[in-house]
Design a protein around this ligand. Structure first.
Ligand code: CMP
Length: 140
């Protein structure tokens, strides 16, 4: 299986509740290696660009406002099949539908305040990582 990188965001609902360490423990226990990480406060421009694929969705404004409402932790995670593995570790977007033991089942408050983002494909992971990290910040 290929070693991949995926992009992760620990969202404002997680940083506000001091949950970043607890979520990182779930990530690491699942065998994903955190090879880059930083805490940032996203700008409006960064959030709008990052979620531009959703710009026609009715929740876009609410999503962007939420993502700039408090700091986030952006991460690069590495493992075999990291993209799919992290999506399994996060659980369903809506925590009401998430499996037991997943990040969203354990920690998320709602479909909007759902604690974590993970890339949905290897191609998007590359684009998302490049938006927040330069190559020399990723150390495996
Ligand atoms: P994420 O994986 O970061 O990608 C897009 C985000 O949009 C998603 O997680 C949810 O947090 C958010 N989202 C999806 N549906 C809704 C909704 N109905 N209302 C608010 N936010 C939503």
């Amino acid at each position: 299986m290929p070693i991949e990188h995926t992009f992760s965001i620990l969202k404002p609902d997680a940083t506000k509740r001091n949950l970043t360490g607890a979520i990182n423990a779930v990530i690491e226990k699942a065998g994903l290696r955190i090879v880059a990480q930083k805490r940032i406060h996203m700008t409006l421009d960064q959030a709008q660009t990052f979620y531009s694929v959703h710009k026609e969705r009715p929740f876009f404004g609410e999503l962007v406002e939420f993502m700039i409402s408090a700091p986030v932790v952006v991460q690069v995670l590495e493992s075999e099949n990291a993209v799919l593995k992290y999506r399994e570790v996060m659980g369903a977007t809506n925590p009401a539908n998430a499996e037991d033991g997943t990040i969203r089942k354990l920690f998320a408050l709602s479909v909007g305040e759902n604690s974590a983002h993970g890339s949905d494909s290897v191609e998007n992971a590359k684009l998302e990582i490049a938006q927040f990290f330069s190559g020399n910040e990723i150390v495996g």
